[in-house]
Design a protein around this ligand. Structure first.
Ligand code: FES
Length: 95
């Protein structure tokens, strides 16, 4: 099963492939910051420390939001509108 780790709490969980990153983080036991749950506010942004290749590709809408917040999409992603697909993903909460 895919595995998610959330920093700085450094907690992990094994989750179903296709699990939303917010849901996956909450399964690991942390409260994930979020607002709109619709890929438009940017509140849910996290740094992807590793495993970028294991989450869904960004949509144009996500890239627009990341750009508005000056977040490099190769390092930061919105957790409300992406899923873990396989392998391991390590996220760092930045709020
Ligand atoms: S919660 Fe608003 S963009 Fe993710």
């Amino acid at each position: 099963m895919p595995k998610i780790t959330i920093l700085p709490a450094n907690v992990s969980a094994e989750v179903e492939a296709g699990e939303n990153l917010i849901e996956a983080g909450e399964q690991a036991g942390v409260e994930m910051e979020a607002g709109c749950f619709n890929c438009s506010c940017g509140t849910c942004v996290c740094e992807v420390v590793s495993g970028m290749e294991n989450i869904t590709e960004p949509t144009p809408e996500e890239l627009d939001v990341l750009d508005a917040w000056n977040r490099d999409p190769e390092k930061y992603r919105l957790t409300c509108c992406n899923k873990i697909l396989r392998g391991e993903v390590v996220l760092r909460q930045i709020h």
